[in-house]
Design a protein. Sequence first.
Length: 256
Amino acid sequence: MAAYIQGRNVNLTFRPPNRSPVRALSNFDIDVEEGEFLSIVGPSGCGKSTFLNVLLGLLRVESGDLRLSGKPISGPGTDRAMVFQEFGLLPWRTVQHNVELGLELKGMAAEQRRKICRSLIDMVGLTGFEGHYPHELSGGMKQRVGLARALATDPDVLLMDEPFAALDAQTRDIMQVELLRIWQEAKKTVLFVTHQIDEAIYLSDRVMVMTKRPGRAKKIFKIPLPRPRDYEMRVTPEFNELKLRIWNELKDEIVV
């Protein structure tokens, strides 16, 4: 039986005007099961974010086959949503209205929008902040709003492109715990791009290591750590052994 998300020999080259072509993905293969949390790590510029944009439907591959639930991906769809690093909130809209944005664009009635979004705001721990504007929120709170907005349209797949990179270390740790709680409650398939091996291990069912550009899947590590997970497991021998194994696979791909 085919995987829920399946990619075979995916190739993509950028061809900017008056510049040399850049091969971003080369014979990239991937399999993701429904409900799985898969993290992708790799050196800067290896094509991690590019692949998420291909899966989102914003970029088209040159060749190869990429499918979601057996159907070819040929463009954007409501079955996928992205959470970005830069928050991307509209500064003139309140928390409530930022979360409602996707539903508003779909033409959903105002009362139904409010009901759905209040539930999501509660899920991400922002009850009481519905009327606040982005400039009144901390970085972690802004990212919670971005997560609630992505979940509002009830996508099957949640794509997360270094969503915690702009946060301080303590807030990042808290957001990782919160993300696992929300993932277990929402039961979404998640593809999560990060540069942090610790973060990838802590969150994921599996971790994919990508090669340097042109990017392809080099190795996939299964994370056999039990769930639910707590912060203390980061100092266990099992966790640190996984971290070392992934680092040993990744370090040869880093160009300095």
